[in-house]
Design a protein around this ligand. Structure first.
Ligand code: SIN
Ligand code: CO
Length: 382
């Protein structure tokens, strides 16, 4: 498979040689690329209550950071140059942005976080920094000069007293000017600095989820704790007299270890927790209120050639194998039957489905109805 976003490179080569390993510049990856959203619409999103956005203005050594939502007037008072507007999770709100993200489906969907878009005036950028996750930086309008340097981590020094995380020492080792259609892939930790050249610079960042071990342990423990009863406790029916009552014995410690390994090797619990965790939506999303449609009306819609689309803000995933087969949508588990399997695979892979794409049995229609009613799918009305 040679997806457009890799500009003719096969996925196998990309994964083996670059993914999580080294940067890759892909010239002209996206032919005739169109920005999923223009500057005005991006500014419009940044004025919305539920949307995460930032405005960064650089004045010499000074950096100013403002968080949205913004008033329209915020944009009219901006300087000529050296500012950038960044809007998070544009794919949750704009179908064209969701479609843009689909081009990166050669990486498992659950690993993809969201599409951030930035608009920058001449000289605008966020300063030299590193991210803890992989990123594809796609140029979709104007030009941006990217410099990349060495690898960094949380022991790297940052410039003190700034509202942004800017590396105290950044030495560019390579630099390129990206034109519309070019993509720069960076693995986690590689320092980078993107500076808009000329105006009207729009970049799309495809970011990935790489949950920290600390967060996963915290979340999994919380999941387990909620399911345990107060009577699940340390017990020692085999207790014998100790030489010294003040000692914590190896036997006691082995019991603690046994308790932990009992939970940490529970494959079903891990799968159930992870499916929920990784499909949790970061934001409350538009349309999630659902459609109170009847099963008959849904059947008619599909029979008439109508399609169903995934809510752009919803996250879908499934676990296919073994007794724990399940589908996960927006942090919840949906148990599925054997008859649902093919439909589940389809709806977790495609952004829209039509009646002709799957068996229209009762089990399947019921599953789809549930997804429509919870707002994870919506009817596409032409
Ligand atoms: C930007 O689009 O200006 C910043 C993206 C990044 O450096 O991760
Ligand atoms: Co970055």
């Amino acid at each position: 498979m040679k997806p457009q976003a890799l500009g003719g490179m096969s996925v196998d080569v990309f994964l083996a040689e670059y993914w999580q390993k080294k940067p890759l510049l892909i010239r002209d990856a996206l032919k005739n690329v169109q920005a999923p959203l223009d500057a005005d619409s991006l500014a419009g999103l940044a004025c919305e209550e539920d949307i995460e956005s930032r405005l960064i203005i650089q004045r010499g050594e000074q950096w100013q950071l403002q968080h949205g939502p913004f008033e329209e007037a915020a944009f009219s008072g901006l300087p000529e140059s050296h500012w950038t507007l960044l809007v998070q999770a544009v794919d949750h709100w704009v179908p064209e942005a969701a479609a843009f993200l689909e081009q990166f489906n050669f990486i498992p969907r659950w690993r993809i976080d969201d599409l951030m878009m930035s608009y920058a005036s001449d000289g605008g950028g966020v300063g030299p920094h590193y991210d803890n996750y992989d990123v594809f930086l796609a140029q979709v309008s104007g030009q941006r000069k990217w410099e990349i340097g060495g690898k960094h981590n949380d022991s790297s020094k940052l410039v003190e007293g700034l509202p942004l995380k800017i590396l105290a020492s950044f030495e560019a080792e390579q630099s390129w000017v990206l034109n519309p259609g070019d993509i720069l892939y960076l693995p986690p930790g590689v320092s980078h600095n993107g500076v808009a050249q000329g105006g009207d610079c729009i970049s799309c960042s495809v970011g990935f989820r790489a949950p920290s071990h600390a967060e996963m342990l915290r979340e999994f423990s919380e999941y387990l704790a909620q399911r345990l009863s107060e009577s699940d406790r340390y017990s020692d029916t085999d207790l014998v007299l100790q030489d010294n009552a003040g000692e914590i014995t190896p036997i006691a410690l082995a019991k603690i270890q046994q308790i932990f390994s009992h939970y940490l090797t529970d494959e079903q619990a891990i799968a159930d927790w992870f499916g929920r965790y990784v499909t949790e939506s970061k934001y409350e999303h538009a349309g999630a209120s659902g459609d109170e449609i009847s099963i008959a009306a849904l059947g008619e819609h599909l029979a008439a050639g109508g399609r169903l689309a995934r809510n752009e803000g919803s996250r879908f995933a499934y676990i296919g194998e073994g007794s724990g087969a399940a589908m996960f949508v927006d942090g919840e588990r949906i148990d599925i039957s054997m008859a649902n399997q093919q439909l589940v695979e389809l709806v977790c892979r495609e952004t829209t489905i039509g009646g002709g794409d799957f068996d229209a049995g009762d089990d399947n229609t019921a599953l789809l109805l549930g997804l429509v009613q919870r707002g994870a799918l919506y009817l596409v009305r032409e």
